[in-house]
Design a protein around this ligand. Structure first.
Ligand SMILES: [Zn+2]
Length: 215
C-alpha cells in the first residue's frame, strides 16, 4: 500500500506553496490491488474533485481513479489542482501520462462536437420547409380555385406559412446541446500542470504554451 499526504508540509515529491492549501490538506492511498482513495484531512478550505459531469464536488473520503482531478481549496492560483496520478510519478516534472489522458478526452470531445454539429445542420435544413410547403400549397390553390376565389388561396397560404414558421422555430429553439457540451468539457480540457484551458493549437502541439508541460 502506498500513502501520500498532500499539502504544504505533505509527503508528495513536488512542492506546494499555494496560500489556501493547508499544511496537511489531503491524503491519497493506493492499495496493493490498485484501489485509489482520496481523503480530506480536515483542511481549512476543503478538498474537491472534478466529477464525470465536470462539476466541482467537495469530498471527505472517496474512491477515485488515477486520472481523477483533485482540487485543494479552489481552482485559482491560491489553491492547487492536480491529477491523482501525479503523486506516484517518480519525476514531478513529468506530465506525459496526464497530458496524454487530456489528449484522449480532447479527441472524445471533438467527436461528440462533430456529432452535435451534424445534428444541428440537419435541423437547420428544416428552416426551408415552411417556404417549400407553402409554395406547393399556394400553387395548388391557385390552380384549383375558381377565378373569383383565388384571393382566399393567397390568404390561406400566407396564414399557413406563418403558422408553420412559428411551429418550426419553437422546435428548433429547444436545442441546447451545444451549451451542455461546453459545460461538460470546460474543466477537463485544461493543462494537467498549470490548469490553463488548452487551445486547439496547444492540443495540436501536445504542449502547454504557459508552463511547457507536454505529452
Ligand atoms: Zn500548463
Amino acid at each position: 500500500m502506498q500513502e501520500v499526504i498532500i499539502g504544504k508540509e505533505g509527503t508528495q515529491k513536488f512542492p506546494i506553496n499555494n496560500s489556501r492549501v493547508s499544511r496537511q490538506h489531503a491524503k491519497i492511498t493506493v492499495s496493493d490491488s490498485g484501489q485509489w482513495t482520496l481523503e480530506d484531512l480536515n483542511s481549512t478550505n476543503g478538498t474537491y474533485i472534478i466529477d464525470d459531469n465536470d462539476e466541482l464536488v467537495q469530498i471527505k473520503k472517496v474512491s477515485i481513479t488515477e486520472f481523477t482531478r483533485v482540487v485543494l481549496a479552489d481552482q485559482t492560483s491560491m489553491g492547487f489542482t492536480f491529477f491523482a496520478q501525479h503523486v506516484v510519478e517518480d519525476d514531478p516534472q513529468n506530465y506525459k501520462a496526464e497530458f496524454q489522458y487530456v489528449l484522449r478526452i480532447h479527441d472524445k470531445a471533438l467527436k461528440e462536437k462533430a456529432e452535435i454539429d451534424a445534428k444541428i445542420q440537419k435541423k437547420n435544413m428544416m428552416r426551408f420547409l415552411p417556404g417549400i410547403i407553402s409554395a406547393v400549397i399556394g400553387l395548388l390553390l391557385t390552380l384549383l380555385l375558381p377565378f373569383n376565389q383565388k384571393v382566399y388561396g393567397v390568404a390561406v397560404t400566407a396564414l399557413f406559412t406563418a403558422l408553420l414558421q412559428v411551429i418550426i422555430n419553437i422546435y428548433l429553439g429547444k436545442d441546447s446541446k451545444l451549451k451542455d457540451f461546453s459545460n461538460k468539457y470546460s474543466n477537463k480540457l485544461t493543462c494537467p500542470c498549470c490548469s490553463k484551458p488548452l487551445s486547439e493549437i496547444e492540443f495540436k502541439n501536445q504542449m502547454c504554451s504557459r508552463c511547457k508541460a507536454h505529452a
